[in-house]
Design a protein around this ligand. Structure first.
Ligand SMILES: Nc1nc2[nH]cnc2c(=O)[nH]1
Ligand SMILES: [Zn+2]
Length: 439
């Protein structure tokens, strides 16, 4: 048994509905056995009930639930930074040529390692990962993910039109490769599978039907895709599906809109689409850095919440600007501010919820991770800025835990991530200053 002593904060409930959702223990204790939280509360209390537990003293840092990134592309690490384009040009010029390189499993393995190491070193413990078009690159990815211990929900991306020929599959092959990957990897270690048509623009009705068949045959796998990201993309989808009521309709007709689904972006939804997503408990992954970098637009969070659509956060690497969920939270805040009275004012508790518990719920993993409740896995990130940094100064002068949390989202970066655990297993530890290779 291990007792972690720390200032910890979490949001077991949603601050959008519960006013006091942020729970804080300034000198807290989390008792962990076999990777699960056995007791949680003030350190003195937990200690009194478990005097023999080994104590890990994390005072001086802030312990948060591990971040949950609900939309991130594994093959796109190396194309981060492709600025100056909107979605369709960015895909064509910046991204798809790189995705084609993952046909080589050696290349794919190197990218998978870079990707997984970036997740862990940014404090992300669970991710819904958009995979590669190649089944071989997915085998490599799941092998590497299993080695790291991170929780990944990932799937082979499928498309059968309008990308580039080497990325296209057929409905029959998509079904067969998807089935084989699910049988090989779903539920292995901490990995789960997500059926992943790239977007309706690059998927025929027959391909979406093949995805629907997989979802029906394997009732526990997840579904993810893109929707309503960019006005030109939306227009093209409506032209490609002339009978469709909107962008969601082709997904709906194929049986893909369920409580195990996460649709990324949804910057330009209709009221009907929001109503259908809410009715089926299908979540939206809001990716504010990507929406800014690709000029996709300002996410209508208020309309989602009013319609009852569940929303979590995603980095959308490489359309986004990196792996930091702290930055993503800050950008979500900025964009709601920019919407003025149409925006939802977000406080630090909202940002924490959106980047942790909301993600767990979107992935149907709410009973396992996302907060520090008793019975949950010990998935955690310890944030501790290096001495003398601006964040260190500001945290030392913060007059409340809420203000500390706001400071972390405003100023926190990868360099502030000191330690990360998944299911009680250490998955990342910052190299102490002065001990870097070459120093
Ligand atoms: N942001 C983003 N949108 C997409 N729509 C289809 N593919 C992609 C992608 O790779 N990134
Ligand atoms: Zn994306």
């Amino acid at each position: 048994m291990t007792l972690y002593r720390a200032t910890f904060m979490h949001t077991p409930e949603s601050p959008f509905t519960a006013p006091d959702a942020l729970q804080v223990q300034e000198d807290g204790g989390l008792l962990v056995e076999d990777g699960r939280i056995l007791a949680s509360g003030p350190y003195a209390e937990v200690r009194a009930n478990s005097p023999r537990a080994e104590v890990v003293d994390l005072r001086g840092g802030v312990l948060l639930p591990g971040f949950i990134d609900t939309h991130v592309h594994y093959p796109q690490v190396r194309v981060l930074g492709g600025l100056g384009m909107q979605l369709l040009e960015w895909l064509d010029k910046n991204t798809l040529p790189e995705e084609a390189r993952l046909s080589d499993p050696t290349y794919a393995r190197a990218v998978a390692r870079e990707f997984l190491s970036a997740l862990a070193s940014n404090g992300t413990t669970t991710a819904l990962v958009f995979g590669s078009h190649y089944a071989s690159a997915m085998d490599v990815f799941f092998e590497e993910a299993t080695r790291t211990g991170l929780r990944v929900v990932a799937g082979q991306v499928v498309s059968d039109r309008l990308l580039r020929p080497e990325l296209h599959t057929t409905p029959e092959r998509a079904y067969a490769e998807g089935k084989a990957l699910i049988e090989r990897w779903h539920g292995v270690g901490r990995a789960l599978y997500a059926v992943t048509p790239r977007f309706a623009l690059s998927a025929s009705e027959a391909l979406l039907d093949a995805c629907g068949t997989l979802m029906r045959e394997f009732p526990d796998v997840r579904f993810t895709s893109h929707i309503n990201e960019n006005p030109r993309e939306v227009q093209t989808v409506l032209e490609l599906f002339p009978g469709a009521r909107d962008y969601l309709d082709p997904y709906e007709q194929a049986g893909l809109v369920t409580h195990r689904g996460v649709l990324a972006h949804n910057v330009h939804p209709t009221d009907r689409e929001l109503g259908v997503m809410a009715a089926h408990h299908c979540s939206a992954a809001h990716c504010p850095c990507s929406n800014s970098a690709l000029g996709s637009g300002l996410f209508p969070l208020r309309r989602h919440l009013q319609a009852g659509v569940h929303v979590a956060l995603g980095t959308d690497v490489g359309g986004g600007t990196g792996f930091s969920m702290l930055k993503e939270g800050l950008q979500a805040y900025f964009m709601q501010q920019l919407l003025g009275t149409a925006g939802v004012p977000l406080g630090p508790a909202h940002l924490l919820y959106l980047s942790t518990r909301a993600g767990a719920q979107a992935l149907d993993l709410g009973d396992l991770t996302g907060d520090f409740g008793v019975g949950k896995a010990f998935d955690a990130v310890c944030l501790r800025p290096p001495e003398g940094t601006t964040l260190d100064t500001v945290l030392n002068h913060a007059d409340s835990p809420e203000r500390m949390l706001a400071d972390l989202f405003t100023l926190g970066t990868q360099q502030d991530v000191a330690q990360v655990w998944v299911g009680g297993d250490p998955v990342y530890r910052r190299v102490p200053a002065g001990q870097e290779v070459g120093v």
